[in-house]
Design a protein around this ligand. Structure first.
Ligand code: SF4
Length: 348
């Protein structure tokens, strides 16, 4: 059964057969705290016969989300500590996040900004707030790249996207504008000529980073939406969150990376899950993540290799956390190949 519109309440999820009625009180309690949304496309991807379905696990709420562990925090990657004006996060010298909107077409149950996104979240920047954010970018000549994230920036209307892109157009030091989005996968019809025209308004180089976590998300329709963006001149990269019960398997992860490359999307980041509240059921040990990532080496093309990263809690930025293939040993180096065999390499 395909829903005609997005499902946004616990009761709608029960009516759609995605949650057993006995779970309703628990899911209502989750809904009071965290936003829920599944687009019709997302609902159609769910295998209702599979209680462990990796698509359902990403989007259908679970009462276990009410459990917050001591390590978890409302702002796991420290956006607020690096926000000089509303809507801007300036963590690294050469780039800023521009969070113009805090709405998403779907709400991921593991979202690292789950306390900020949704109808009760931080909202959409008012025109004067957007002007102040653009003024900050204009005043900081070290900013080379502006990353639109949030929220999902591609839920904005073409008119609002145009306004942002026009605002960036006359800032000469900004060379790159990057969008982080799930829209081509979860609402592919939204990627139309009007959106593409709006993305071209700045005249800057525009990259689109697609968030997808399971190979089944890259349907023919999703791939066609990505092709429209790429053919319009926007290179695409991927971002994936390594999630227990979704993609914590080298075969599944490898198939996802291959699906990206087949779609002309270069695998970019594989994120270790953040310490967002109520998400401990998605997290795995870093050592397990390293093993999965190492298993990709050699088994699939170098084009398909993502960079495994952790956002250090507190806003200290990303660290690459894949296993190193090289270690110093007795005045030489020992380098391990993709089979795990060690080889000596001289110091120079
Ligand atoms: S699309 Fe991104 S910001 Fe929105 S709920 Fe998912 S992870 Fe969070």
């Amino acid at each position: 059964m395909t829903a005609a519109r997005s499902l946004k309440t616990a009761d709608e999820l029960v009516s759609a057969g995605l949650i057993e009625p006995q779970k309703l009180p628990g899911i209502r309690a989750v809904a009071d705290r965290y936003a829920i949304a599944l687009t019709p496309t997302t609902v159609s991807l769910i295998d209702r016969t599979d209680r462990q379905d990796p698509i359902a696990r990403q989007f259908v709420p679970d009462p276990v989300e009410l459990l917050t562990t001591p390590e978890e925090r409302a702002d796991p990657i420290g956006d607020q500590a690096h926000s000089p004006v509303k809507g801007i996060v300036h963590r690294y010298p050469d780039r800023v996040l521009l969070k113009a909107v805090h709405i998403c077409p779907v709400y991921c149950r593991f979202c690292f900004r789950r306390e900020m996104v949704g109808p009760q979240g931080d909202g959409t920047l008012a025109p004067e707030e957007l002007s102040a954010a653009l003024a900050y970018i204009r005043e900081h000549s070290e900013i080379w790249e502006v990353i639109l994230t949030g929220g999902d920036p591609l839920v904005l209307s073409p008119r609002r996207l145009s306004a942002i892109m026009q605002g960036l157009a006359d800032i000469p030091h900004v060379k790159i504008v990057r969008f982080h989005t799930r829209v081509p996968v979860v609402e592919p019809d939204r990627v139309d000529e009007a959106m593409i025209a709006a993305l071209k308004e700045s005249g800057k180089v525009v990259y689109v980073a697609l968030h997808a976590n399971h190979p089944r998300e890259l349907t023919d329709t999703a791939r066609a939406a990505c092709a429209r963006l790429i053919d319009a001149g926007f290179p695409m990269v991927s971002q994936t969150v390594l999630l227990k019960g979704v993609n914590d398997d080298p075969v599944v992860l490898g198939d996802l990376m291959k699906a990206f490359v087949e779609t002309r999307i270069k695998p970019y980041y594989l994120h270790h899950p953040d310490l967002a509240p109520g998400t401990s059921h998605f997290r795995l040990d870093i050592a397990e993540g390293q093993k999965i990532v190492t298993a990709l080496r050699g088994n699939i093309s170098g084009l398909c290799q993502p960079t495994y990263v952790l956002d250090i809690p507190g806003g200290h930025g990303k660290a690459m956390i894949g296993e190193s293939a090289v270690r110093a040993e007795g005045g030489c180096y020992s380098v391990s190949d993709f089979r795990g065999e060690e080889h000596r390499y001289p110091p120079k």
